[in-house]
Design a protein around this ligand. Sequence first.
Ligand SMILES: NCCCNCCCCCC(O)(O)C(F)(F)F
Ligand SMILES: [Zn+2]
Length: 343
Amino acid sequence: MKTFFSEDHRLHFPQAELSGGQFVTPYERPSRVEYVLARLKERQVGEIVAPGVVDLEPARKLLDPGFLAFLETAYDDWKAAGQGGEVIAAGMPTRRQRHDRIPRNIDGKVEYYCHASETAITGGTWRAAQASLACAQAAQAEVAAGARAAFALCRPPGHHATSDQYGGYCFLNNAAIVAQMMRDGGAGRVAVLDVDFHHGNGTQDIFYHRGDVLFASIHGDPLDSYPYFAGYADETGEGEGEGANINVPFGPGTPYGPWAEALDGVIGRIKDWGAEALVVSLGVDAYKDDPISFFKLDSPDFLDMGRRIGRMGLPTVFCMEGGYAIEQVGVNTVNVLEGFEDA
Ligand SMILES: NCCCNCCCCCC(O)(O)C(F)(F)F
Ligand SMILES: [Zn+2]
């Protein structure tokens, strides 16, 4: 299986993340992908290839163009306004304030386009986000050209980014854009399977009213975990999308047994629905020692997870999402890929 990876991920490494009322070294840090790269090479999973130039056209079609324009100039506008540090939203609109007017002031614009203040924009974030998307697009092209699967070692991740908001370490929703490109490439029905510990609220939001892309996620119960305000089982889609959104939340301490049972259930639903292609939002923060998550999967479980996904027999693009037990991120991520190839 080929991996698509760009060194430009290094351009995104904020000085700090707001966590627990303190500024800490961001959990979503460059060393994460270094461990994945090392493990890919150690296990000889396949070629590791730099992507081509990003194609923003599919992003402009799927996402809000104003949001993309914001991301492109946010840092420069922020600094031009005399702001001392990196771009961080100090607040967001209240429940009943109007969202139909976008502030002219960059501080206000940031509050409009951000949904989580732990995520900073730096001078290199826009380039890194584009490079991350380019990896996902290259993986999609590889599968469109006939490969059974491809791995996009995306950094920054994407599944919390909606069509017009960033947050949760995400800026461009790589998995969602790949799903759309699979649709544009002729796949009639595409499924996005999100195995990251955190609910992919962004991907859900983008496809919630659509019946041609199914979103399925197994994740920490939003009552107890980020993103807190999406991911409940009763969110099943709306309109054309009714029935094409599947959420399976679990509480703290959930081990692989029930998690795997949920995966089998979701896989059955995806097959009955008639998916012709698959995008996997591959986060490995369901791992027992992840510092910001609360499931109890162990490293061998990720091999089994990969096998079950591989048995679906669908052309598959894996997009890297989260995973913060840094020393194990490589083993756990590559275990999924190796399990998939074993199937
Ligand atoms: N004190 C720590 C609070 C952390 N709150 C934000 C969690 C973001 C999770 C991001 C992710 O792992 O879902 C992604 F895949 F997008 F990277
Ligand atoms: Zn996560």
